[in-house]
Every structure is written in C-alpha cells, then in structure tokens.
Design a protein around this ligand. Structure first.
Ligand code: CMC
Length: 427
C-alpha cells in the first residue's frame, strides 16, 4: 500500500499521497492542499520542493552522484562525445552509430545563422559583456526563425531544438569575435561540433586553422560536464518561461539571463578572478578567513553547492582535464597549484567540513578555459552553449508532460492590509 503524509492544520486533519520516483527522495503530493485547507507551503529557494517530474538527470548530492538517463557523468565524460550526450538527453537512449551520424549531420546542417544576425551584433557596444550579447541574440532568434516557434507542433519543436543546439557555438564564437574586433568566421561543417566551435572562435579568415585534437577532446568533455544538471536555477527559469507557452528561443534566452549570475554559471568567471586575486598559495589563509567571516560577503567561488554535500563528480573530471590540457599545450599555469592548495586547505578546515562545502564544477574549469585561450568573460558563455542541450531537453519534456500547467507560485504576503487612497495634495 502506498504511503501517505498526514498532518493537521487549522484544526483539520489532512492526508496527502507520497509519490516515489525510480530512485531518490519521495515527494508529498500537496496539489490539493490549498483547495482543502486554504494554506500554502512556504519554501523560498525551493530547498524542499520538487517542481516537476523528470526522466533526464538524477543527482544524489550526499554521495556525489550525477546520472544522465541513468549513465554516470564520469563514464559519459570518459567514453562518449557531446553529440552523443545531447542525443541521449533529447531522446532517452544512447544512439547507435547510424543514429549518431544522422543526428550530427542534422545539427551540422543548422550551424549557420541568418546573415542579418551579423548586423544585429553591430548594435552592441564594442565592450559589451558576451553574456549580454548572448541574452539579446538568442532571444532575437525567434524573430528570424518564425517557422519553428509553434510549440504545439512536435516537428517545429524538434527543429527549434536542433537549431538552438547547432547555432549556439556560432553565436558564442561571434560574441567573442565581436569583442576582440575580428571578423566572424562561417562554420566549417567538415569539422566536429566542438572542433568547429574552436575554429570559429580562434581561427581567422586569413589563415587555415588546425584543430588541436587534445584541446578538442577536452573542450568536448567540458561541454559534456555542463550539459544538464536537473532543476537548477536556469533550467527552472527555462521551464517557468516555457510554461506560459513562450517560444523556445525566448525561453533559452531567459535561461541564459539566469545563468549569468555569480551564484550560478557566472561562478566560473568569478572563481578564476578569485584565484588570480589570491595569486600565490601563501595568501590562501587570508582568503579562507574572509570566506568564514560572517561580516564579509566574500565566498570561495567554485565552492559549495545547493545539492552536492560531497565532491561534485564534475569537479573530479575537470581536475583531471586540467592536466591533460596543460600537457597538450605544454603550459603550466601556477594558478592550478594555487587552486589545488586552496582545495586542500579548505577541505581540512572545520568550517568547510562542517558545512559540507566541496569544490564544484566551476572551481577548475576557469584554469582550463584560460589555458585554451578564452578570456574570463567567455566562460559563462561556454556554460550556456553546453547547457542549451539540457535546457532544450527539459523544455521538450515539460511541453509533453500531461501534468504541465503554467508555473504560478503563491506567496506569504507581509505588506500593508487594505487602506484608503489619499490624494497627493493631502499627503
Ligand atoms: N564560501 C564560504 N561559505 C559558503 C560558501 C562558499 N563558497 N557556500 C556556502 N557557504 C556557507 C554559507 O555562508 C552558509 O553559511 P551559514 O549556514 O552559516 O549561513 C552555508 O554555507 C550554506 O550556504 P547557502 O548559501 O545557504 O547555500 P545555498 O545552497 O543556498 O547556496 C551556492 C549554494 C552554490 C549558491 C553557494 O554555495 C555559493 O554561493 N557558492 C559560491 C558560488 C559558486 O561556486 N556557484 C557555482 C555553483 S555550481 C555551478 C552552477 O550550478 O552554476
């Protein structure tokens, strides 16, 4: 017999079903609560609230486990490609070789953007942050691709999904090129998804560009590590925006805006800036002390996570990838040593141990991205590029969910009660 949750409110006993997923915490189905008791639940930050059902991604934060459609992130990062993971997230199963080739061909066919978008870019100030550009141009895609904005048509949804995944690298590279004043490069569809992105970013029309296979592999892995992460803030933003029936380009633009914040995707940029500020390991204790000081707003960036109360499994892969990229490019950034030492000191400090604060995906990613040649302002753009796969997959899942309704939370009102208006001259 299935479990129920019972409690008493306003002198009334109520009982709600407890639902179980395939794995993970049960949820109390309180959908009838307001109708039956005239009370809401209060959960700012959604720390105890499941906002939807999903088959895509499972996280066990205590154990440090991350699964996409059941597959551990470590195995996917080691053995698959970003295109395979994109297919898996969108379709539920790993592709056969034929399916993967077909999917990659389809994505490749959508890599170019409408020529007028290049003009659109020129409206931005030269010093615009690339995330500001991304918020604008991704939202603007809905003005260029009218034929894939009818969300009730499954075929249009599929085309919009493919377009978004395919065009993000092109737009991200254009945002970079615009910021450094170099000409945009058209995609070269003979290259892989990731190789093409590297060429559009670091190539110039005047010279042939050779993709470094080790860098291509590392970048592809970084994309895999960022592809999806359950109902995080930006994904929930995409779902909430989409719940009103907004078109997918607008929804992904909303996700990009949310991702930009330093508590979310902006943390990779903030983490590297922090490491640069720390500089040498001898200054670590000073920053650890600041992070622990309640009167100082400073936090160790790239540390802590709402869900992981253990080592973020993505950080493990990321740390390994740093060494691979350094070997491939024959570089050695002393900031990596600072990062390793900072991790060691923090993990042995009572404050971090007690609060279960571990390195997250953003702690090491900046060191790698900087070694590859990206300026810090591009870090969150790369996160957005990869997370577009997750956003699109989650958006599709939401649209086809029979329980889907417009997302409309309620509140605990603490403002004034009704009062009489006083005309301005009498106040
Ligand atoms: N440095 C120092 N103290 C911290 C940190 C940190 N990085 N993170 C959390 N704490 C403390 C915090 O002060 C609080 O202490 P107390 O209980 O005494 O008030 C306690 O730990 C719990 O923190 P919280 O802010 O209530 O936890 P949260 O789940 O709301 O926040 C977080 C999670 C990721 C926003 C937070 O850990 C943080 O700000 N980390 C730094 C930013 C960062 O690295 N973000 C990337 C997250 S992973 C990638 C992504 O999802 O985008």
């Amino acid at each position: 017999m299935s479990d129920t949750a019972k409690f008493s409110i306003h002198g009334k006993d109520v009982e709600y079903p407890v639902l179980s997923g395939t794995v993970g915490p049960d949820v109390v189905d309180i959908r009838k609560l307001y109708g039956q008791t005239d009370a809401f639940t209060y959960d700012p930050g959604f720390t105890s609230t499941a906002s939807c059902q999903s088959k895509l991604t499972y996280i066990d934060g205590d154990q440090g486990v991350l699964l996409h459609r059941g597959y551990p992130i470590g195995e996917l990062a080691e053995q698959s490609s970003f295109m395979e993971v994109a297919y898996l997230l969108l379709n539920g199963e790993l592709p056969s070789q034929g399916e993967l080739d077909g999917f990659s061909r389809t994505i490749t066919r959508h890599t170019m953007v409408h020529e007028q978008l290049a003009t659109f870019f020129r409206g931005f100030r030269r010093d615009a942050h690339p995330m500001a550009i991304m918020c604008g141009v991704v939202g603007a895609l809905s003005a260029f691709y009218h034929d894939s904005t009818d969300i009730r048509d499954p075929q249009q949804r599929t085309i919009a999904s493919h377009r978004l995944i395919a065009k993000m690298p092109t737009l991200a590279a254009m945002a970079y090129k615009y910021s450094v004043g170099q000409p945009f490069l058209y995609p070269d569809n003979s290259l892989s998804y990731t190789g093409n992105f590297l060429r559009m970013t670091f190539g110039v029309p005047a010279e042939p560009y050779e993709v470094n296979p080790a860098v291509e592999r590392a970048m592809d892995r970084i994309f895999i590590l960022h592809a999806d992460h359950e109902q995080n803030a930006s994904t929930s933003t995409v779902r909430l925006a989409g719940s009103s029936g907004a078109n997918p380009f607008a929804c992904i633009a909303a996700g990009i805006a949310c991702l930009w914040g330093p508590a979310h995707g902006g943390a990779n940029e903030a983490a590297l800036n922090m490491l640069r500020e720390i500089g040498t390991p001898d200054r670590i204790p000073e920053f650890i002390a600041r992070a622990k000081d309640k009167n100082d707003p400073f936090r160790l960036m790239g540390f802590g996570h709402r869900v992981y109360k253990n080592y973020d499994p993505r950080a493990t892969v990321m740390q390994k990838t740093v060494r691979e990229v350094f070997d491939a490019l024959k570089v050695n950034d002393p900031l990596f040593e600072t990062a390793l030492r900072l991790e060691e000191i923090a993990l042995n400090d009572e404050y971090f141990v007690e609060k279960k604060l571990f390195p997250n995906v953003d702690f090491y990613s900046g060191v790698i991205l900087s070694a590859i040649g990206f300026p810090t302002s591009m870090f969150t753009v790369l996160f957005a590029l990869a997370r577009t796969v997750g956003w699109v997959a989650q958006w599709n899942e939401m649209i086809t969910d029979p329980d889907q309704k417009i997302g409309r939370p309620r509140q605990l009102y603490t403002g004034p009660t009704q009062r009489t208006f006083v005309p301005v001259g009498e106040r």
